[in-house]
Design a protein around this ligand. Structure first.
Ligand SMILES: Cc1cc2nc3c(=O)[nH]c(=O)nc-3n(C[C@H](O)[C@H](O)[C@H](O)COP(=O)(O)O)c2cc1C
Length: 178
């Protein structure tokens, strides 16, 4: 059966949620899906899969450096099987120029050109952050475009699940009939 690997890097959990959502969609299409937390399993063997959807979030203007290491280690297989990448950030909500810049920097650094890329809005999880991060994020939310929430007694999730679904279904359609 066609099997899709979904390796991801997450700090506060939103990219993991998106990876799980993608996995559910893949399974709903009668295919196999395996979400993989790259912090726990950095050496996942991609050769066992028919396609890969990689996800990572942005902190302080960059993806986790383990993402570049993962691409480097798997360069050959990523060039051989259909692959897609999604980047999760707050900039994707209202500041797409900035979110595209993160992606361009990443593509420049890794020279990896996935067949499909997407920018997904992440979350502001004030109730999970420590004191300093909470106040830093509130300050950033006030100044950045996109009318980000500033009530630190609650969380804000900006991920557009319909967009995640379209991205996944487009990838699967190309995989099944390239
Ligand atoms: C300390 C910190 C720094 C962040 N820096 C950025 C940033 O530079 N640009 C941006 O667009 N989003 C930034 N974000 C927002 C995250 O990308 C967003 O919260 C995302 O949902 C995190 O995904 P994760 O939970 O999978 O790690 C930052 C978030 C935190 C907590």
């Amino acid at each position: 059966m066609t099997s899709i690997c979904i390796p991801y890097l997450t700090s506060e959990g939103q990219t993991a949620k998106i990876a799980e959502y993608i996995a559910d969609l893949v399974i709903h299409h009668d295919l196999e899906a395996q979400p993989v937390d790259l912090k726990e399993a950095p050496d996942v063997d991609l050769t066992a899969y028919d396609g890969v959807i990689v996800g990572a979030s942005i902190h302080r203007g960059k993806h986790d450096k383990r993402l570049g290491e993962f691409v480097e280690r798997n360069r050959d297989v990523l060039a051989r099987i259909p692959s897609a990448f999604f980047s999760v950030s707050l900039a994707a909500h209202g500041d797409t120029g900035e979110a595209e810049k993160y992606l361009e920097d990443f593509e420049q650094e890794t020279k990896w050109r996935p067949s499909k890329v997407a920018l997904f809005s992440g979350a502001l999880l004030y109730t999970q952050y420590g004191f300093l991060t909470r106040h830093l994020m509130k300050r950033i939310a006030k100044t950045k475009p996109g009318e980000l929430g500033t009530d630190v007694s609650r969380d804000y999730v900006y991920t557009e699940w319909d967009g995640v679904r379209r991205f996944t279904e487009d990838f699967l359609a190309e995989l099944v009939s390239p």
